[in-house]
Design a protein around this ligand. Structure first.
Ligand code: XMP
Length: 335
């Protein structure tokens, strides 16, 4: 039997009651698996790793050590929210590593999207591995692997050419891979089931219902070679977009929405003087599986408000554009 395939008999977890039963079963399994040993978890703050963290906290409490690596490419206040929820509210063991300089120094002058992804993925492993080597007595590594990740890796094994390399975390270095046994309590769940489990565990909607965010983060939205000033402008403009999507209710109906900023400047005018700035590009799409995507209609009043706020509040941006391209031909991300 292939232990990586979801058993046919497994019920779809669609209700809090089914989630309760799943949680109880996993708590017992994890306790039996790890005994009194420690478990390490890379906690990005995405839905999957957050749900694993909440589940393991219930199962083994302080035996869980969460490591949150800030690669400097997070959205505004994202790392702060992870610390607030897991360390302050849920009392988790959480190690916070601000690795912004490590990442941005490596990425300086690198314009090729796949090279950027590779650098971010590899450096993530390096930072995490450096931390893991400092910790004593850890025998297990927990991961927020979910069923589509398993299906995707099976597909890649069949030799299909990927459009983009979607790896967040590749393999760990040999010394660590040999040291750790994996704990993957969500590996047979689809995303909607992970959300039901997360909600049942008491995680807030801001964590459980959040839109997908790529592992390389704002790194693939600050197009071309990343500079700190353009990255800052991107983070601020993105925060405004998200705030206005929350205010207008669009956040509930649009699957993924964000700002991308290309590495070009155009001439503009501000306070009666020439003002060269970057354009902020709005992307807002709906999709079922991210393989194809349609464009979401944003009411003009909302577009106007977002545009006004971005060009007045964010230094360095002098235009706002709305990308109307479905997938195909445009991928959801610009890089
Ligand atoms: P594309 O741009 O390929 O994106 O249409 C499809 C979905 O995947 C997300 N995406 C990524 N996720 N690492 C990730 O974890 C990546 O490198 C990456 N690139 C794209 C994208 O945000 C969309 O939801």
């Amino acid at each position: 039997m292939n232990t990586n395939l979801r058993p046919d008999s497994m019920t779809r977890i669609s209700t809090p009651e089914l989630a309760e039963a799943f949680i109880a079963e996993k708590i017992a399994e994890v306790r039996a698996q790890v005994g009194d040993k420690k478990v390490l978890l890379a906690l990005s703050g995405g839905v999957d790793s957050s749900v694993v963290a909440a589940l393991l906290l219930k199962a083994i409490g302080k035996q869980l050590i969460c490591v949150h690596v800030n690669h400097g490419l997070m959205r505004k206040n994202e790392s702060e929210a992870v610390i607030e929820l897991f360390r302050n509210q849920l009392d988790a063991n959480l190690i916070y590593i601000d690795a912004t300089d490590r990442f941005l120094n490596l990425l300086a002058n690198v314009a090729d999207p796949e090279r950027k992804r590779k650098i971010i993925g590899e450096e993530f492993i390096n930072v995490f591995a450096d931390e893991a080597r400092k910790l004593d007595g850890v025998s297990f590594l927990a991961q927020g692997t979910i069923y589509p990740d398993i299906l995707e890796s099976v597909k890649q094994g069949e030799g299909k050419k990927a459009v983009k390399s979607h790896h967040n975390v590749g393999g760990l270095p040999d010394d660590l891979a040999e040291k750790f046994q994996l704990v993957e309590p969500l590996k047979f769940l689809f995303k909607d089931e992970v959300r039901v489990v997360g909600r049942t565990l008491g995680l807030p909607s801001s964590m459980v219902d959040r839109q997908p965010f790529p592992g390389p983060g704002l790194g693939v939205r600050c197009l071309g070679a990343i500079t700190r000033d353009r990255l800052h402008a991107l983070r601020e403009a993105d925060a405004i977009l998200r705030e206005e999507f929350d205010n207008s209710g669009l956040a509930k109906t649009v699957w993924q929405y964000f700002i991308a900023i290309p590495d070009i400047k155009s001439v503009g005018v501000k306070d009666e003087s020439r003002y060269e700035g970057w354009p902020a590009i709005i992307r807002a799409v709906n999709t079922k599986d991210a393989m194809t995507a349609t464009i979401e209609e944003i009411p003009y009043a909302v577009l106007h408000k977002i545009t006004n706020r971005i060009v007045t509040e964010v230094a360095g941006i002098n235009r706002v554009l709305y990308d109307l391209t479905p997938k195909p031909t445009g991928t959801i991300e610009w890089e």
